[in-house]
Design a binder for this molecule. Structure first.
Ligand code: ATP
Length: 308
């Protein structure tokens, strides 16, 4: 039996004046999936989510959530979605449990608030004012508010941006538990590790377009390379031959930073060292590692996901 499609996006386009922020995006998310939109800042992830949750009107295309058209059945859509946006502004002077009761009062029915507070690891903070919460606690509260009416589809826009590593991992556990409970999750992120750990499938976005869509494992497999060799040179190389060296499948060069993709690390390293002595260039900060989603992005766009 085919899975139930909970999010069905067809050719969404959003323009701001002459600039196209989202350009013909197509994807589906099945019930119980965690689907990630992965891409650098400005790729169009937030705009896509905002069109789906009814905050922006698409210029072209359609989308339905749990079978309801996002433009024509706004009230039905609101019933089935929970939304945590990057800019969720909380009433800072309210206490955690006060804001949850307030939000609960907006809906005809709601989940058990004590259970929700516990699930979001906020029990110790339930009587604290929001303004005193840490970044991670505020994010967990924002997710709690998104879940108050027990929605089937949960949207999380860059839920861990700005959090420390421990707070990020805590949030990852919470997102994975949403899946265990049968929720469908659509999240955006520019962290490739987050996308890899959390998502069943990932849509990679760049400059308004969905440039790849698959499971994390398959996306990495498309590189057909087991390892990546990275190093810096003193000057930007003029040579095009990095990609032609023995053992190297593909090379990406950005200024003085070079990445080589290889199936055979030993042969690639040997040819690199030979090339450095023949052509007289010095290799700095050489590292080798397994291919990741970041490499997929570099391979497809020639740029890094996050400028470091
Ligand atoms: P971020 O991680 O920075 O939120 P994103 O992938 O979510 O990135 P969007 O916020 O969707 O990207 O922005 C996509 C593009 O549209 C960006 O170039 C942004 O500057 C532009 N943009 C967004 N909102 C507007 C607006 N109201 N008017 C004009 N341009 C906009």
């Amino acid at each position: 039996m085919p899975e139930e499609v909970m999010v069905d996006v067809k050719n969404l386009v959003k323009r701001y004046g002459t600039f196209t922020a989202v350009n013909g995006v197509v994807f589906q998310v099945e019930k119980g999936e965690i689907f990630g939109l992965l891409g650098p800042n400005g790729a169009g992830k937030t705009t896509t989510i905002e069109m789906l949750v009814g905050l922006r009107k698409p210029d072209e295309g359609t989308a339905s959530l749990s079978g309801h058209d996002v433009r024509k059945e706004v009230n039905k859509v609101k019933e089935v979605i929970g939304v945590q946006l990057q800019s969720t502004s909380l009433f800072e002077l309210l206490k955690v449990e006060e804001i949850l009761h307030l939000y609960a009062s907006f809906y005809p029915s709601h989940v058990d608030i004590d259970g929700l507070i516990e699930d979001m690891l906020l029990t110790e903070k339930r009587r604290d004012r929001i303004k005193g919460l840490s970044g991670g606690q505020k994010q967990r509260l924002a997710i709690a508010l998104a879940l108050i009416h027990d929605p089937a589809i949960v949207f999380l826009d860059e839920p861990t941006t700005g959090l420390d590593p421990q707070a990020r991992r805590t949030l990852w556990d919470i997102v994975l538990r949403l899946k265990e409970r049968g929720k469908t999750v659509l999240l955006s992120t520019h962290y490739m590790d987050e996308a890899h750990v959390l998502c069943d499938r990932i849509g990679i976005m760049d400059q308004g377009e969905l440039i790849a869509l698959d499971t994390p494992e398959n996306l990495v497999k498309t590189l057909q390379s087991a390892s990546t060799v990275e190093f810096y040179l003193d000057d930007p190389p003029e040579q095009e031959w990095f990609g032609k060296m023995d053992g190297v499948k593909e090379a990406a060069v950005k200024d003085t930073f070079v990445q080589l993709y290889t199936d055979d690390l030993q042969i690639a390293l040997t040819s690199l060292i030979e090339a450095s002595s023949v052509h007289g260039f010095e290799i700095r900060d050489l590292q080798t590692r397994q291919a990741t989603l970041e490499d997929v992005f570099i391979h497809m766009t020639g740029r890094r996901l996050r400028e470091s």
